[in-house]
Design a protein around this ligand. Structure first.
Ligand code: SF4
Ligand code: SF4
Length: 302
């Protein structure tokens, strides 16, 4: 069984062809700019969309822990400390203002779903991509699902921060055809400031992956203003990518604000909510910087 929070069918862009993206819930890092805040905690959560709420109070009347109250104006307040994510309020809400995030699924259940779309994946040269959250945080489930997909003839891809012990990385990556590996910052202190943790293990794993699993790696760099929007920092990351054997390309992913509504729906605040989105066009010079450092750079997948 694995904890997942979404499966997107008929996706493109995270591997070749048409793909299913399986989002695993839970991540050891805490990136300030995370666009999927619902991926960070491994436990199930509840989205509350205030703009849909009509203040009927049905959710409060069925909540077994008293986590939901309505104030004098009829506005719903949810106490996350009391919520046990039982989902009763979701079932009670008639206007879909509440939504469960996260559930346990067996590998066989996911394979049943993938089988329905098999023709699309096979005819397009596509397959399955595990992302998150951090798939390496659920290594047995990730390895089992990937190995089952490979036995079924599906192309497999994995998106990872690389923050895991080498044994875990090795166990999972052996079942992967294509590996998207995040490099966020070359400096350990800056990495800790942005993600909560040092980059030392991530860089060690990256070097070893290049040596032991050559030909699978694509590097992804989230471009975040105030964190790594510095040519010297990016040049260091490009150099890292060049030194790893047979990195296919480096993808620079500009910061966007699409995740902010999800922070609000979870009752959380994003610590970088004031950051402005990055214009893709402004990153075009990074292609030339990449050429100077011997790597092919794509901006936002192009
Ligand atoms: S998920 Fe359950 S515990 Fe949480 S607010 Fe809804 S009814 Fe209450
Ligand atoms: S049941 Fe739905 S619409 Fe009614 S108060 Fe709760 S969240 Fe709002």
């Amino acid at each position: 069984m694995g904890r997942i929070f979404d499966i997107k069918r008929y996706a493109t862009g995270d591997g070749p062809g048409i793909r299913a993206l399986v989002f695993l819930k839970g991540c050891p890092l805490a990136c300030a700019w995370c666009a999927n805040p619902e991926s960070q905690k491994s436990a199930p959560e509840i989205f509350f969309y205030r703009n849909r709420c009509i203040g009927c109070g049905r959710c409060a009347s069925v909540c077994p822990t008293g986590a939901i109250t309505l104030d004098r104006a009829g506005a719903v307040l949810t106490d996350p400390e009391k919520c046990i994510a039982c989902g009763r309020c979701v079932d009670a809400c008639l206007v879909n203002a509440r939504q469960r995030v996260g559930e346990e699924r067996a590998v066989a259940q996911i394979m049943d779903l993938l089988d329905r779309d098999r023709a699309f994946y096979e005819n397009s040269g596509g397959g399955v991509t595990l992302t998150g959250g951090e798939p390496l945080a659920q290594p047995e489930f990730a390895a089992d699902l990937l190995a089952t997909c490979q036995r079924a003839g599906l192309h497999t891809a994995l998106e990872t921060s690389g923050y895991a012990e080498w044994d875990v990385v090795e166990d999972v990556v052996q079942h992967v055809d294509l590996l998207y590996y995040d490099l966020k910052h070359a400096d350990a202190d800056a990495h800790r400031a942005g993600t909560g943790y040092s980059n030392e293990e991530i860089l060690r794993n990256f070097t070893r992956l290049g040596e032991e699993f050559p030909g699978k790696l694509v590097v992804r760099i989230p471009y975040v203003p105030g964190f790594n929007d510095d040519l010297a920092v990016l040049a260091q990351l490009f150099e890292r990518a060049r030194r790893a054997p047979s990195v296919a390309r480096v993808e620079v992913l500009p910061y966007h604000r699409l995740g902010l509504t999800k922070y609000a729906a979870l009752g959380r605040t994003c610590s970088v909510a004031n950051l402005q989105p990055v214009d893709k066009g402004s990153l075009e010079p990074l292609r030339e910087l990449g050429r100077q450092h011997g790597v092919a750079v794509e901006i936002d997948g192009r």
